[in-house]
Design a protein around this ligand. Structure first.
Ligand SMILES: [Zn+2]
Length: 154
């Protein structure tokens, strides 16, 4: 089982790398089909468990599928499904993930000012979310930080 789980993650990797340099729509870069979830009832909706580096989040499948072009909203999340623990596992930053999951719930993405911009951008890229969905409440902070970062690199 462990070997198969590793193979699944390996299949996902090229895509994650592509995402790191900018979200590429799934349609233009077809992936191998995700592993078919076995023995899982197809209910109208179901609660999903998402484990991010040991911190567990719960949400409804329908909540995630609001944004089918993102990693969690598409069937590509099945690459990260662990049949033993019956949860999705992501070896990512759980603090930033909270904001990502809230985006699915509210349609608004917030930028936590105390987080490093690069770290935040990397999490967004991994999960296939574009920074232009950042809410008006946080957009100025995000844009200013982006500008500061760009100037520092010049
Ligand atoms: Zn905000």
């Amino acid at each position: 089982h462990a070997a198969r789980a590793m193979a699944s993650v390996a299949a996902w990797l090229p895509f994650a790398r592509a995402a790191a340099i900018g979200w590429v729509p799934i349609a233009t870069h077809p992936l191998p089909p995700p592993p078919v979830p076995k023995d899982r009832r197809r209910a109208e909706d179901e609660k999903l468990l998402i484990n991010v580096s040991g911190r567990r989040f719960e949400t409804w499948r329908n909540t995630l599928e609001k944004y089918p072009d993102s990693l969690l909203g598409s069937t590509e999340r099945e690459f990260f499904y662990d049949e033993e623990s019956r949860e999705y596992f992501f070896d990512r930053d759980p603090d930033i993930f909270r904001h990502i999951l809230n985006y699915y719930r509210t349609g608004k993405l917030h930028y936590p000012k105390h987080e490093c911009l690069t770290g935040y951008d990397e999490e967004l890229a991994f999960f296939g979310i574009l920074p232009d969905v950042i809410g008006d409440c946080c957009y100025e902070d995000y844009r200013d930080r982006k500008r500061e970062n760009a100037e520092r690199l010049m």
